[in-house]
Design a protein around this ligand. Structure first.
Ligand code: T1G
Ligand code: NAD
Length: 653
């Protein structure tokens, strides 16, 4: 199939890229664009060119699969230079997304028109690189540097209205994009020889506080290099002539493309897209998700309900009694309004979402929901009672899911007449924000239930990872393992604030003790207590966390946990240190100082060995799935790729 075609339509030429699924600028497309330029060189009567793409989107960038490898000619900068230096105007007609090399291609054209729904951006930093085909040089010649900095260093796309406001595109099409692009191209043709973007001056505007930006990016990046490199490239553009800035950008791009950070980010990019493949292969029709039932309206139930409401579906939420149902409705309303206040959704959308919620305490009302998700207390007795009540009222084809963090889904499934319709749908707090959804496949879980899990993940734009049944599935099991070893390090001389500092220095948004204080120490305590009877007497066990819980230190919600929150922020607490030192002595452990490297290498080693066990037991389908879980659900720094990727990379070097 020819990926680039040229149609001569009288005074106009239309160059079309057709390289599904996202028109990535692979070698063939680049060669095709260059060939188009050559073909047009001799085209009599052509006065202008419109560049468009077939399929659902304009170009979503370079072909990421080619990055990190030896570049194959023609390289993108040469292709863009040919288009930019063309004697006739090229107009880019943008629909869907124009990202990375795709936006660089559009910026090399002499005019840009986009549909109102289009999104445009330079996400290269999310892949550990910077734009490598002139993006950091041409952009500040189209938009003020103060607009270019967040676009290039943050990587988030902007919508068409914003793109037009800042000067990134010239027009928004509200009708026939191609026809309007062709009219615009002929207009430009009437205005004489087109001016290459690189030949333009930098757009005047508010001065950029480079030092402030550097400090902000250093803090936000938590060790990721690319955003700082992107800022440095824009500094070059501000200081150097275009040709030198282009050369400097390219050199920086090629260096970063070969970096471990870029390799890690590419791996997680594709791992996220491969995750859940087994689910998408489930040969069955999923349950209809227009109306979903939720049982339990606490932290998770309210978050899950909010996520589903914000995705456009109706929710019926059932609580223990009427007052609890009213409280749950308020919790959902507050969460939606908080999203609206943050500008995530508009007021009308927020009102509409709240309008799609109904609450009650009668299970019979759930019978009209093809999918019901349970999120009640983490106690087997309570959950079994809920599932047997559900089994009595729900139609046979309904799918029933549990949001349990640790409990055995097979046991819950066995309380119902048809365990094939039972699965775990393990959300992460806050459920309307966190991208990860662990889809727990129990022994009898059938294709329809799995297909429903896949459909829900798609509806909620979550990354679904399939997990088998074990204590804590993938993520909580690995977290329990490194939490256990962290407590051993406390016994051996470390302090919570030192372990948290090591993890934050490594790139975690929050260390394990600050995280526990945020979500509450009681769930894990309940889990440890449930396991106490079956724990082998020979198994090493640290009692520090139990002693905190027994002392009522359950985290932020009790004002004290691993830290003291009396001052409003997490402060190390001498009482905690005293408990730790007492437990060291009781365990007969001598205490020594830990370096941050020592702490992190132990945490990584535990993650990797537990990950390996999970793989061998078939609980996870691939090492990539484990990395996706740790990165999207447990704050593992994305620019490190995940614990399994790090283990693999270290073994390969
Ligand atoms: N290269 C190769 N494959 C890509 C790709 C790309 N740029 N983008 C997507 N795919 C594949 C993806 O793996 C999946 O494959 C399928 O397309 C659908 O993607 C010089 C060097 C465009 C917003 O970072 O953000 O340009 O799993 O499931 O949810 O400066 O894909 O079906 O086999 O994600 O609708 C910069 C990356 C590159 C954009 C669509 N560009 N892509 O989202 O579909 S670096 C990006 C996305 C660059 C230059 C530099 C999203 C999307 P499969 P999908 P989606
Ligand atoms: P929570 O205590 O905040 O909320 C539980 C809610 O369930 C309460 O509002 C309670 O009234 C209600 N409830 C109890 N019994 C009920 C019944 N029989 N019928 C209807 N409602 C009932 O707890 P949570 O943190 O939201 O946890 C809920 C579940 O989600 C647990 O299984 C937990 O392990 C799991 N989970 C929690 C988190 C987290 O970070 N909190 C993350 C993932 C999963």
């Amino acid at each position: 199939m020819t990926t680039v075609t040229v149609d001569i339509l009288g005074p106009l030429a239309r160059v079309t890229i057709d390289n599904p699924p996202v028109n990535a600028l692979g070698q063939e497309v680049r060669a095709g664009l260059l060939a188009a330029c050559h073909a047009l060189a001799g085209a009599e009567g052509v006065r202008a060119v419109v560049l468009t793409c077939a399929g659902r989107s304009f170009v979503a960038g370079a072909d990421i699969r080619e990055l990190g490898k030896t570049p194959v000619d023609p390289c993108l900068p040469d292709v863009l230079a040919a288009i930019e230096g063309w004697r006739l105007p090229w107009v880019a007609a943008v629909h869907g997304t124009a990202l990375g090399g795709g936006l660089e291609l559009a910026m090399a054209c002499h005019g840009r028109i986009a549909t109102a729904a289009a999104r445009l951006g330079l996400p290269e930093v999310t892949l550990g690189i910077i734009p490598g085909a002139g993006g950091t040089v041409r952009l500040p010649r189209l938009v003020p540097m103060a607009e270019a900095v967040p676009l290039v260093t943050g990587g988030k796309p902007v919508d068409a209205a914003t793109a037009q406001r800042i000067g990134l595109i010239d027009r928004i099409s509200h009708g026939d994009l191609i026809a309007e692009a062709e009219a615009f191209a002929l207009e430009l043709a009437g205005q004489g020889a087109p001016v290459p973007a690189r030949a333009r001056d930098l757009v005047a505007g508010e001065p950029v506080d480079w030092a402030a930006w550097e400090a902000r990016l250093r803090k936000r990046g938590r060790g990721a290099a690319a955003p700082l490199e992107a800022l440095a490239a824009l500094c070059d553009t501000a200081a150097l002539p275009a040709a030198e800035a282009l050369a400097a950008e390219r050199a920086r791009f090629l260096r970063l493309s070969a970096s471990p950070e870029a390799a890690a980010l590419r791996n997680i990019f594709f791992a996220e897209r491969r995750a859940g493949e087994a689910l998408r292969r489930a040969q069955a029709d999923p349950a209809d998700l227009a109306q979903v039932g939720v049982i339990g309206g606490g932290t998770m139930g309210a978050g899950i309900a909010t996520a589903i409401l914000l995705a456009g579906s109706r929710v019926h939420l059932v609580e223990r009694d009427a007052p609890a149902a009213t409280a749950a409705a308020q919790r959902v309303a507050d969460t939606i309004m908080a999203s609206q206040a943050r500008g995530v959704i508009s007021q009308p959308a927020a009102d509409a979402a709240r309008g799609r919620l109904t609450v009650g305490s009668d299970y019979v009302d759930l019978a009209r929901c093809p999918l019901v998700i349970e999120a009640v207390f983490e106690e087997m007795g309570v959950k079994r009672e809920v599932f047997s009540k559900l089994d009595a009222v729900m139609p046979a084809e309904a799918v029933l899911a549990t949001n349990t963090s640790y409990l055995d889904v097979n046991v819950l499934a066995a309380t119902t007449r048809d365990p094939s319709r039972i699965l775990g749908l393990h959300f992460f707090s806050p459920a309307h924000v966190m991208k990860l959804l662990e889809v727990v496949r129990a022994d009898a879980t059938g294709a329809r239930a799995l297909a429903t899990g896949a459909a829900l993940a798609k509806l909620l734009r979550k990354v679904a990872v399939v997990a088998g049944v074990c204590d804590g599935f993938i993520g909580n099991r690995i977290m329990a393992a490194y939490r256990r070893d962290c407590e051993f390090m406390l016994e051996e001389g470390a302090l919570p604030q030192e372990i948290d500092a090591a993890m934050e220095g490594f790139g975690f948004a929050m260390g394990i003790y600050a995280t526990q204080d945020m979500s509450g120490l009681d769930i894990a305590w309940a889990q440890r207590k449930a396991r106490a009877a079956s724990r082998p007497a020979t198994e090493r066990y640290a009692h520090i966390a139990d002693r905190l819980c027994e002392a009522g230190r359950l985290g932020r919600k009790t004002g004290k946990g691993w830290y003291d929150y009396a001052s409003g922020t997490a402060q190390p607490d001498p009482q905690v240190q005293q408990i730790i030192e007492e437990e060291s002595a009781r365990a007969g452990r001598s205490r020594h100082r830990f370096t941050a490297e020592e702490i992190m290498s132990r945490i990584l080693a535990i993650m990797q060995s537990e990950g390996q066990a999970i793989l061998e037991e078939g609980i996870a389908q691939s090492a990539d799935d484990i990395d996706v879980v740790m990165v999207t659900g447990y704050g593992f720094p994305r620019h490190r790729g995940g614990p399994m990727f790090m283990g693999r990379s270290r073994a390969e070097t």
